[in-house]
Design a protein around this ligand. Structure first.
Ligand SMILES: [Zn+2]
Length: 135
């Protein structure tokens, strides 16, 4: 079998998927979310971006696999109207692919990332998630 001369170079050790393949993997990952959890995901939209862009007050090396933005269910009260923008979960495609060698690993990583971000939707913070093994 011919050897790939680039295979030993770490920068090539990543899963390369097209955007369409990644979207497919994201759908497969969402389908794996336990139904009780999926049913409770009200008003949450999932977006895919290439990479997280650190904000001015953050370490410029900050690399995230996913990000939750919105108002956790536990913090919604009377002022949180039905017309509020949906919460959003962003998946950072390139960062996820950097940490994976196969499509199967990408699906697993997206599943863990989405469950982690959904947990933020339910008001769990990173410390608690880390303790539960979803960090
Ligand atoms: Zn988090």
């Amino acid at each position: 079998m011919p050897r790939n001369p680039l295979a030993s170079m770490p920068s090539f050790d990543r899963c390369e998927l097209t955007l369409a393949e990644f979207e497919d993997a994201a759908d497969a990952a969402v389908a794996r979310i336990p139904p009780e959890l999926a049913r409770a995901m009200t008003n949450v939209a999932i977006f895919i971006e290439e990479r997280y862009i650190p904000r001015a007050n953050e370490d410029p090396q900050t690399s995230l696999l996913g990000l939750y933005e919105g108002t956790p269910l536990t913090e919604r009260d009377a002022w949180w109207a039905a017309g509020s923008l949906p919460d959003r979960i962003t998946l950072y495609r390139q960062a996820i692919q950097d940490s994976c060698l196969s499509r199967e690993e990408v699906i697993n990583e997206i599943t863990v990332t989405v469950v982690h971000e959904i947990a933020h939707h339910f008001g769990l913070d990173d410390k608690r998630l880390h303790a539960l093994g979803w960090g």
